[in-house]
Write a protein of this length. Structure first.
Length: 500
């Protein structure tokens, strides 16, 4: 809250500064201190459209790019620029990786979807908010990011805040099993209930027990041994937890770390634990991924940015690249003050594991929790849906061969999300359980659809699609008649399974 107050004051200061800046320029021109050409070039124009990939940090000109600008500014702090240099250095020009066309799509589609899911919302004082991140797989560059419906109303960047990933974390558990324990599509894992201690007193007495459960739906996956394919595509909690018990939660966390997922508040760390980003509200001592079993199904909070970037590791055959947004910084005389180094790949997973994970995540769109929302999408994608306990957070993270896209929806203060009005109309039921696939899925679909409306469809490699075809045929998965919703985590303090 203190940070947000300071931010609001700073924005007011910048708004005043830009008017003062124009006034001073006008006087300089009037008294012959600068030429008309210099005056025209330097003047801030209220209605000036954004240049492709160029952000004039002073002032923040367009709320559509506000969250990108905020991240750029915080990255500038990391480069050693002071607040005054950034706020008043009128000639400072920053070339960024933001793609104006994709950013416009993300902002427009997020705002439309938030309006849709908030329609008929009984709780009018609090609105469901959201965030979207788009990363270019080849370079790791952030090409679009929106941290909420309107930067001018709230500067809080939900793309960087820590929230539960729900079942969207599960791919790290399965990647760990494939990478370090030789598991495969047909490997069996037990979809079996169990109870374990959740709280132990000083004298060793168990004071609370945890009994995780699967998502309750009409088309439940039966208890017993099931394949990894079924476990991941149907997002089965118990099977995933039993798999994590078998391979060890430390292996799961190691895999997530190698892919750049740490879960530290306001801090971005790469695959080697090096800090690449640190915000003003950073807490380097925040607990991060917890070495407890529930983490395997989303029990530790992470940011949407690090989660989305981690999925891009699958897309680039197991290579990690740290996210970036600043390409070059020049002063008013075109002198280069900073130039980003060429992106560097670091091996996080083997190519074999990454290919298998892409096949599994492609299968989610055909026979799993993403099937309903994405069935009409022409551009092939690989995804994982996620729904946190409550449900408080709804996610879908996925990728095309070119881009990785992350979507998260939820209240700023965690609370249960009720079934949106549009879902009631589509399903004809008020009792449908809210899930990432049902609510975040359509937004993901719309963004990808618009991104590729004027682009050619980009297929995954033939061997991926061939493996996918063979896998689905082999397992004889007929489309279910009922909703295939994503099962999310039931944290250790839960007494019963919530709607996940």
């Amino acid at each position: 809250k203190d940070y947000q107050k300071k931010l609001a004051k700073e924005i007011a200061r910048i708004n005043f500064a830009k008017k003062r800046y124009n006034y001073v320029l006008q006087k300089m021109f009037k008294y012959g201190d600068i030429t008309e050409k210099q005056y025209t070039a330097s003047l801030f124009k209220e209605d000036e459209p954004f240049e492709q990939n160029i952000l004039h940090i002073t002032p923040l000109k367009n709320s559509q790019f506000g969250y990108d600008n905020r991240l750029v500014k915080e990255m500038l702090f990391m480069q050693g620029f002071t607040d005054d240099e950034i706020a008043y250095y009128g000639g400072l020009r920053i070339e960024t990786s933001i793609d104006a066309s994709i950013q416009a799509i993300v902002s427009e589609e997020l705002n439309k979807h938030l309006a849709l899911i908030n329609k008929g919302n009984a709780n009018q004082k609090e609105k469901i908010e959201g965030a979207v991140v788009v990363i270019e797989n080849k370079t790791g560059r952030i090409v679009a990011m929106s941290g909420g419906h309107d930067f001018s109303e709230t500067n809080f960047n939900r793309a960087l805040s820590l929230r539960s990933p729900g079942s969207a974390f599960k791919p790290f558990t399965y990647a760990a099993a494939i990478e370090y324990h030789g598991k495969d599509f047909d490997s069996m894992v037990c979809n079996c209930p169990f109870t374990m201690p959740a709280k132990v007193s000083f004298n060793g007495t168990v004071t609370k027990w945890w009994t995780p459960r699967n998502f309750v739906e009409k088309n439940m996956v039966p208890y017993g041994n099931i394949t990894l394919l079924t476990a991941l595509t149907r997002s089965v909690n118990l099977a995933t937890l039993n798999l994590a018990k078998e391979i060890g939660i430390k292996t799961v966390i190691l895999t997530a770390h190698n892919m750049g997922v740490w879960g530290n508040q306001g801090v971005g760390r790469d695959s080697e634990n090096q800090v690449w980003f640190k915000s003003p509200y950073a807490d380097e001592n925040s607990p991060g991924l917890q070495p407890y079993l529930p983490t395997a199904i989303g029990g530790s909070d992470v940011s949407l940015l690090e989660l989305t970037n981690a999925f891009s590791v699958f897309a680039r055959n197991g290579a990690y690249i740290k996210p970036s947004i600043i390409i070059q910084i020049k002063d008013s005389e075109e002198k280069i003050l900073y130039s980003a180094e060429k992106y560097q790949e670091k091996r996080a997973l083997s190519e074999s594991t990454s290919r298998k994970m892409t096949v599994l995540l492609r299968a989610v769109t055909k026979i799993g929790t993403g099937r309903t929302a994405l069935k009409t999408l022409k551009q092939p994608v690989a995804v994982k849906t996620g729904t946190s306990n409550g449900p408080n957070d709804l996610l879908i993270i996925g990728y095309t061969p070119e881009y990785s896209i992350g979507v998260r929806l939820g209240y700023d203060m965690p609370k249960t999300i009720e079934i949106p009005e549009y879902m009631q109309k589509v399903s004809g039921s008020r009792n449908l359980q809210v899930s990432g696939g049902w609510v975040a899925g359509p937004l993901f679909k719309n963004i990808v659809e618009e991104m590729y409306r004027k682009r050619p469809v980009v297929e995954f490699p033939p061997e991926i699609e061939s493996d996918l075809e063979n896998l689905i045929a082999k397992h004889h998965h007929a489309p279910a008649q009922t909703q295939l919703s994503d099962s999310a985590q039931d944290k250790p303090n839960s007494q019963t399974q919530k709607s996940n």
